[in-house]
Design a protein around this ligand. Structure first.
Ligand code: B1M
Length: 214
């Protein structure tokens, strides 16, 4: 049975959650490999979303719908993906720092990372500094992502980096920062490795950084 994976990409871009789940299920009934459904159907769709968003051709509610559709499709697909097809881009621990309840941008970044093939451990909002350190020790991610939306909570990011140093694990993980008030200068100043102005670029910046370290 032939199946056009382009239809999966197109449906993802329209953000139709149920249609995308149905199509993903139909693709699984063919002889197409689950990894190809991800790599040739879903991920190119997320790339398009990311590009349109960056170009200003798509707005936040639409992007969130697409990310939700991606999440739904991944629920259908995940049980069929082998370990090597799932999360093989790396592992990222991501969370919002202590005192900060904003999670929309952080979750969007998490979904973008998941869509790009990362194993994502989302530790949530209002996470004390120790929770980040604990998660890094436990999951040994390639990347630690922190989000802050308040100028009053941004200092927690530097504190987490210092705690990683004190725990002797700073050099084991790349640190990426995001959130509306965070800037590249701030990220450099506190000793983070990377800064991403938006969720789509976070994935690209991280990918380039990890590849440069191989
Ligand atoms: Co609040 N809030 N809020 N808020 N809120 C802001 C951030 C604020 C700018 C509004 C304003 O005054 N104009 C202001 C902060 C001022 C400042 O510090 N400079 C503010 C304030 C003051 C507050 C309260 C203190 C209000 C009060 O109670 N008096 C309070 C604080 C609560 C707390 O956290 N302790 C508060 C509460 C809330 C709600 C709970 C009501 C709600 C959050 C709901 C939720 O997140 N579930 C809320 C919201 C929705 C906002 C605004 C309106 C929208 C934030 C948002 O979700 N944007 C915001 C005003 C604004 O930004 N225009 C505001 C959409 C989201 C996709 O963007 O999060 O920036 P953003 O993420 C972007 C990038 O930054 C980046 O990618 C995303 C997509 O491009 N990114 C990452 C983010 N994290 C990343 C991580 C990465 C990579 C990229 O890798 C790790």
């Amino acid at each position: 049975m032939s199946f056009d994976l382009g239809k999966i990409s197109e449906t993802l871009v329209t953000g139709k959650v149920d249609d995308l789940k149905t199509l993903t299920g139909q693709a699984l009934e063919t002889d197409i490999k689950p990894g190809d459904i991800l790599n040739q159907g879903l991920l190119p769709g997320m790339d398009t979303v990311s590009q349109r968003w960056k170009a200003g051709d798509m707005f936040m509610p639409e992007v969130l719908r697409c990310a939700k559709a991606m999440g739904g499709a991944m629920e259908v697909l995940r049980p069929h993906l082998s370990e090597s097809e799932l999360g093989n881009a790396g592992t990222i621990v991501i969370g919002t720092v202590a005192g900060d309840l904003h999670d929309i941008g952080k979750d969007l970044a998490a979904m973008m990372f998941e869509g790009a093939g990362y194993n994502v451990i989302n530790i949530g909002i209002d996470q004390p500094n120790e929770a980040f350190v604990k998660a890094v020790k436990e999951h040994k991610p390639n990347v630690l992502g922190m989000s802050a939306l308040l100028t009053t909570t941004m200092p927690r990011m530097g504190e987490v980096i210092n705690s990683l140093k004190e725990a002797g694990i700073r050099d084991q993980v790349a640190v990426i920062l995001g959130g509306a008030p965070v800037t590249e200068e701030f990220a450099k100043e506190i000793g983070a490795d990377l800064y991403a102005p938006n969720a789509g670029s976070a994935v690209e910046i991280t990918k380039e950084y990890l590849e440069s370290k191989v």
